[in-house]
Write a protein that binds this ligand. Structure first.
Ligand code: C2E
Ligand code: MG
Ligand code: MG
Length: 768
């Protein structure tokens, strides 16, 4: 191309030089002929003519000389200008090359000579002393992998298939090893379009390539990391998020772009939290901490977040980058690890570690609140035999079924744990009394004794149980566990399929209760219950006022058993309602008889247990008993203890209302021992308060008891209630209570509870 231009330039300058010369010759020739002709026309003599000829010749020389002078001067001036422009252009070109750190090369194809500028030699690592360079030198420097492509690109360009040569390849530098360069070049062609020269620049782009690779890696990291990433501009508008962000939050990229991170706020943190966070970002450029955010589905989750403020080289804030990890996964896996560490993998029950922790906490709590705590150690009898004969997987199945059966029997608040192998333990907190524990132990014994269906056959299994109680059988969890375990040995010694308390006496007590319970069923069936009566005296008039019906058990072998000994067993056996009802019918019928006999009695009191109240048929039974006996409701007084009255809440109140509607009188028994709410007391349809025996027995000596008795009487009076004092044993007690204004009294001073026939004798005597 350059050559063509140069050729064109030389052709045109020769033409114009010839043209100017031709014009000059033409003008000069015309001048000679024309001036000679004019001289001849003048007709001058020869000498004048000769003189004029000479003058004309001199004038011509002067004029053309002047013209030559100006022309030469003009040409020289232009050339100097062009040279200066060329020099400046060359200087600019060199500066540009140096500034751009580019190397120049010029390949004379015809001569196969390669020129390289110093920078170019520097890039390729070619010694400056080496003058002659050939193209093959250049090609050998290229990385073998890049040679074919570079060579092909060059050929294509030389063949005129491409406008420019633009190619990247790695070259080997003696000191640096391989590094990337970019080469750009353009061919100079002759008139036939044949490339005769190739001139180009080469640039070291290794840093640029490294930067690009880093960006590429960052891009891959951005998209592939499991941590959520969010980029905001300086105004906190989200401009980009990564895949993990979308997975964690549930939002798509389109849904968040242009919005602010406030859209993720969970509402869990107050303004102070965010203010403090931004203060730190502004102050130190970064913040990290736990923050609760909200997913698209509304779920709140914790994340560990790093926020970095990004600035440009001038310190101007440009972006915020937030990187966060979803901690719910970590927390969940921590919980899972924790779960595995504290649970038995087979039954999923708490393991030894967890039950020990819970036991110790429970012991501390029980000690603080001064309550008891029970532990039942369950050991399956001859479980090893099952494992050996049926195999471990059926053995596991048996353990699992046994665990489920026990779990079913436990109540809320109980903890069932598997200590290992065939050993289980149950921690009982709320109901840890001998009766409850032995009852639970029996039920577990029965549940285990029920056949197990394993692999198509029925397997029979029994368990031995050991029971220990806090505080009696141990001061801490470990001791309780150890003692429950040794109680298992006791149970096994008794022939397995058994249970034993760590304390011998408790085992006996539990056994007695067991027998009592089964005997009680028979007692009701065989009519062994008796109703005794205790008379009540009107302290002001000195007359008999009424009676209280109290149940007794006429045991065929043990004789008369008082209620305190068999009623707890009756409660456990679920017989309480039945007993109360029996007493009610008896008492109503007896009252009718005594009224018919003309004894001036006002009321017959019958005790009503919470169990009976819960059964729900108290009102109908009462109505029926009254009707059957033909007794007016006003003669019947139902007694509920203060504790039970308060325990039964609104349902109890409703029941009392309905009983009151019947016309029956209502009394609060053992008043002063419970925690009555005065408000409820005022609201309830109660007619009488019975001061508990505990306040009477130490009268008149005990001043606080007498103050209490006096206060209860005053309170009852102010609520228009009748007051009865229970357990009057001395005349002094009677006198004091009379003085305080107590209405009636009941106690051994007058009579012990007696069978109806005995009471009748007293009634007949008339005197009190
Ligand atoms: P309670 O209803 O407070 O009955 C009064 C208890 O005090 C009776 O005991 C009575 O014998 C006793 N007592 C009366 N005066 C004196 C005295 O001067 N000194 C002493 N030391 N004791 C005296 P009992 O008959 O043994 O009955 C005990 C508790 O059993 C009763 O207390 C009552 O809560 C319950 N009870 C008795 N019979 C029945 C019944 O048929 N149904 C229900 N639900 N509970 C009953
Ligand atoms: Mg009573
Ligand atoms: Mg009482």
């Amino acid at each position: 191309m350059f050559k063509k231009n140069a050729l064109n330039a030389s052709v045109s300058s020769s033409t114009s030089a010839a043209l100017i010369t031709f014009k000059y010759v033409l003008v000069a020739t015309l001048w000679i002929f024309f001036s000679d002709y004019v001289l001849r026309l003048l007709g001058l003599n020869d000498s004048a003519q000769q003189w004029l000829q000479t003058a004309k010749g001199v004038a011509f020389v002067v004029v053309t000389g002047a013209l030559l002078f100006f022309s030469v001067r003009f040409q020289l001036h232009r050339r100097r200008e062009q040279e200066e422009a060329l020099r400046q252009s060359e200087e600019r070109f060199n500066l540009a090359l140096v500034g751009g750190n580019d190397g120049l090369w010029d390949w004379d194809i015809t001569a196969d000579a390669l020129y390289m500028s110093p920078r170019c030699r520097d890039i390729f690592g070619i010694d400056t002393s080496r003058q002659e360079l050939l193209t093959k030198d250049w090609l050998t420097l290229l990385h073998p992998q890049d040679q074919p492509a570079a060579h092909a690109a060059m050929l294509e360009h030389l063949q005129g298939k491409t406008e420019r040569l633009d190619v990247q390849y790695r070259v080997q530098h003696p000191g640096r090893g391989y590094f990337w360069v970019q080469a750009g070049a353009q061919a100079v062609r002759d008139l036939n379009g044949q490339a005769i020269r190739l001139v180009g620049v080469v640039r070291d782009i290794s840093e640029q390539i490294k930067r690009e690779q880093r960006l590429l890696q960052a891009g891959v990291m951005f998209d592939c990391t499991s941590e959520g990433m969010l980029i905001c501009d300086a105004k906190q508008n989200i401009i980009d998020v990564n895949n993990a962000f979308c997975e964690i939050t549930g939002y798509s990229t389109e849904e968040v772009i242009g919005r602010t991170p406030a859209m993720l706020a969970s509402g869990r943190h107050d303004e102070d939290f965010y203010r403090h966070m931004w203060q730190q970002i502004k102050g130190t450029g970064r913040w990290s901490g736990e923050i609760w955010n909200r997913r698209r589905n509304g779920e709140i989750y914790p994340q560990w977040q790093n926020i970095i403020a990004v600035t440009d080289p001038y310190g101007q804030l440009t972006h915020y980058v937030a990187v966060f990890a979803d901690m719910s996964i970590i927390k969940r896996s921590q919980e899972e690890i924790d779960y595995l560490a504290h649970h038995d993998p087979l039954t999923k029950l708490p393991n030894r570690l967890l039950i020990t922790e819970r036991l110790n906490t429970a012991v501390n709590r029980a000690r603080r609140h001064q309550v008891s705590l029970g532990l039942i150690f369950v050991d399956l009898d001859r479980f090893k035999g099952v494992n050996d004969s049926l195999g471990h997987s059926l053995g596991d199945e048996l353990l699992l079924t046994a665990a489920r059966r026990m779990e079913y029997l436990c109540e809320e608040g109980d903890t069932l744990a598997r200590l290992g192998s065939d050993e289980f333990v149950i921690l009982v907190e709320r109901r840890a009394v001998v009766e409850e524990l032995s009852r639970l132990a029996e039920r577990i014994q029965q549940a285990i004794a029920a056949p197990f269906k394993l692999g198509g056959q029925l397997v029979h299994m029994t368990a031995s149980l050991g029971l220990s109680l806090f505080p009696d059988d141990g001061h801490d969890g470990a001791e309780l566990l150890k003692n429950a375990d040794s109680a298992v040995t006791l149970a096994k010694e008794r022939g397995r399929n058994n249970y034993a308390f760590y304390t011998q006496a408790l085992t006996e007590q539990a056994r007695r209760r067991m027998t009592l319970e089964s005997d009680l069923h028979l007692a009701l069936k065989h009519n062994q219950l008796r109703v005794y009566y205790q008379l009540q005296k009107d302290l002001q008039s000195g007359q008999w006022a009424g009676l209280e019906a109290l149940v007794r058990w006429q045991h065929p072998e043990q004789g008369v058993i008082p209620p305190n000994e068999f009623l707890p067993a009756a409660r456990h056996a679920g017989l309480m309602g039945e007993i109360d009802e029996f007493v009610l019918y008896q008492a109503c019928a007896q009252m009718r008889r005594w009224l018919d006999a003309g004894y001036p009695l006002r009321s017959m009191a019958v005790n009503m247990s919470g169990y009976w109240m819960e059964r729900g048929d108290v009102v109908s039974s009462t109505r029926q008993a009254l009707r059957q006996a033909g007794l007016e409701p006003a003669h019947l007084e139902l007694e509920v203890t203060e504790d039970e009255m308060m325990q039964h809440g609104e349902r109890g109140e409703h029941l009392l209302d309905r009983l009151a509607e019947l016309g029956v009188r209502l009394a609060i028994d053992d008043f002063g021992t419970g925690y009555s709410s005065l408000l409820r007391l005022k609201r309830m349809p109660v007619n009488k308060l019975k001061i508990d025996r505990g306040f009477i027995s130490d009268l008149p000596g005990n001043s606080s008891d007498s103050a209490m008795a006096r206060a209860i009487i005053a309170l009852g009076k102010s609520l228009q209630l009748t007051i009865t004092a229970e357990g009057i044993e001395t005349l002094a007690q009677e006198a004091l209570l009379k003085e305080y204004g107590c209405d009636t009294g009941q106690g051994y001073l007058y009579n012990q509870p007696l069978p109806a026939a005995e009471v009748e004798k007293l009634l007949m005597r008339g005197d009190v």
